[in-house]
Design a protein around this ligand. Sequence first.
Ligand SMILES: [Zn+2]
Length: 124
Amino acid sequence: MTALTARCHCGATRLRLAHAPETLTACNCSFCFKRGTLWAYYPAGDVLVLEDAHTVGYSRDPALRVHYHCGVCGCGTHSALACTWTEHGPDFSAPCIAVNARLLDDVALTEALPVNAVDGRSGW
Ligand SMILES: [Zn+2]
């Protein structure tokens, strides 16, 4: 599979993804809904941060998740999550990175991927 690049609007934050996502996630939790992200989830080792000198983290609960955005242009870029969600609940042995797929350089790919709606407002 071919690696992809995601970058914020100004380019100060750049991520390299090991491969294209197969699906995207639209979450309606209080944070994701306001940010308007489409998430692509990856094992933490599959995302390489290439540039982040201006990246700012935000979290209400840093032990579980930190959301990052570019401090220059303000784009939400990615979130570091302490676990991966499975059908049985959170798996804390597998931290993951949620990348804002709206930042992928390949806009056509983002627009073509199926989007799963997740009811984050009712849960985590
Ligand atoms: Zn930026």
